[in-house]
Design a binder for this molecule. Structure first.
Ligand SMILES: Cc1cc2nc3c(=O)[nH]c(=O)nc-3n(C[C@H](O)[C@H](O)[C@H](O)COP(=O)(O)OP(=O)(O)OC[C@H]3O[C@@H](n4cnc5c(N)ncnc54)[C@H](O)[C@@H]3O)c2cc1C
Length: 401
């Protein structure tokens, strides 16, 4: 009997895990992907969508043909109940049994930390495709009636890179539109200092970010929690009010409810605590990769900050999980180990026509090295990477770097 591998989610983590297992065991396995989205989304390009630099079609592709060409069954459905004892998953399109399960269901925005967010029209986020589309509609209204702009990341947020990228892209767009004076720009963040990024910062990072902000005339407020959002006004926990005509706020992420609901599987945020093999601590036949996997934050800050679970570590985790599932199918013990903190940090922070390359030997300290290299080549690198990554993923070439 061929073993059954069921993968929930078909984006960075799910695509790499499903195709990884399929290739590792050379097809002698039944791999099924169940995903609530029928298209792959290259989330890093969401920062460009509100400015009309990308359309949804430019940064997505349909998943069924990609999985189909590699012999993986694709089901466009949402998982509704995971039962790890019976080894079945109920979905909106039937029940699937499995021998090994990979949870790659990513994140949900949680705006509970910022009362008022859902009831104001001119505050947005860009962390999902739908949100980024709305942020673009808001941006076009803003251009007709500009005013102050606030961009920030709340207490508990981890996706700081997206906040910075959107900040500098906004500065670039305001300059292009001749609105710099009429639209003062403020960055407000839970990070204890500029360039902390949720990874503890890198040498010279704070200085570099300060210099960038000064050059672009951006006011910054660090180490502060947000208290409430009202029309045109963001109240901070220290009593200050920031006025805005347009705001973009990155919230904390949590895991999906379907994962959180499984007894003993997830932590209080709905993320799955895992070994360095990406097996769940509670259920060895269940693996979790990408944003769905829990990461211990190795520090405490006055205002809580999360850890950014970015694309590169997600791919590494998916490969590790795939190698281990393949080993177990062959009757061996898990062979691959790589804890999140030990995965290299490789990221590009885009700034419109400029940017910063971020490279470090480890996602989390202690590190041997970490550098931030600014310059227009970083913008060019992000453009090239976007095209390469979408090409590679669309064709399912998951073994390529
Ligand atoms: C705005 C933004 C910018 C970013 N920029 C960068 C960057 O520059 N560089 C970088 O490395 N990383 C970046 N990231 C992070 C990167 O996008 C994530 O690391 C990556 O998306 C994680 O992949 P994932 O597969 O774990 O989760 P996701 O991408 O969230 O995918 C989860 C998938 O699971 C599906 N799903 C959810 N619930 C269910 C369910 N119940 N049943 C079945 N399927 C379900 C979803 O529809 C989705 O397709 C950025 C993220 C954002 C939001």
């Amino acid at each position: 009997m061929r073993k059954k591998v069921l993968v929930l989610g078909g984006n960075f983590g799910g695509l790499n895990a499903a195709l990884g297992v399929q290739h590792e065991v050379e097809g002698d396995v039944e791999v099924t992907v169940v995903s609530a989205a029928d298209r792959f989304l290259f989330n890093p390009s969401l920062i460009w969508l509100p400015f009309g630099k990308r359309r949804a079609a430019d940064i997505t592709f349909p998943l069924a043909p990609t999985f189909g060409m590699h012999g993986v069954e694709f089901v466009h459905a949402a998982a509704t109940v995971i039962d790890p004892r019976a080894r079945v998953v109920h979905t909106t399109k039937g029940v699937h049994s499995y021998d090994y399960l990979v949870i790659a269901t990513g994140y949900r925005n949680t705006f509970d930390v910022l009362p008022g967010f859902d009831s104001v029209d001119e505050a947005h986020t860009i962390t999902t495709l739908e949100d980024a589309v709305k942020a673009g509609e808001g941006w076009r209204r803003f251009l007709d009636d500009p005013g102050p702009v606030v961009i920030g990341a709340t207490q508990g947020a981890g996706c700081f890179g997206a906040a910075y990228e959107f900040l500098f892209n906004t500065a670039y767009q305001l300059k292009k539109a001749g609105l710099r004076r009429r639209a003062p720009l403020t960055y407000v963040t839970a990070e204890p200092f500029l360039g902390h990024f949720g990874i503890g910062g890198l040498p010279g990072g704070e200085k570099l970010l300060k210099m960038f902000c000064k050059k672009e005339g951006i006011q910054t407020v660090t180490g502060v929690a947000m208290e409430e959002l009202a029309p045109g006004k963001l109240r901070l926990a220290d009593g200050r009010d920031l006025h805005y005509a347009y705001a973009m706020i990155v919230p904390p992420f949590t895991g999906q409810d379907v994962v959180a609901a499984v007894p003993d599987l997830a932590d209080d945020k709905g993320f799955v605590p895992v070994h360095d093999t990406y097996q769940s601590l509670a259920y060895p036949d269940v693996y979790a990769v990408g944003v769905a996997a829990a990461v211990q934050v190795p520090w405490t800050t006055a205002i809580p900050v999360g850890v950014p679970k970015t694309g590169f570590p997600t791919e590494v985790q998916a490969r590790v999980a795939a190698a281990n599932i393949a080993a177990r199918i062959r009757g061996e013990e898990p062979v691959a180990h790589k804890e999140f903190g030990a995965i290299p940090a490789i990221c590009v922070m885009d700034a419109g026509n400029n940017g910063v390359m971020i490279l470090a030997d480890r996602m989390l300290p202690p590190r041997k090295f970490g550098v931030m290299i600014p310059g227009p080549q970083a913008h060019a690198a992000k453009l090239m990477f976007e095209k390469y990554f979408l090409w590679k993923s669309r064709h399912g070439y998951v073994r390529l770097p």
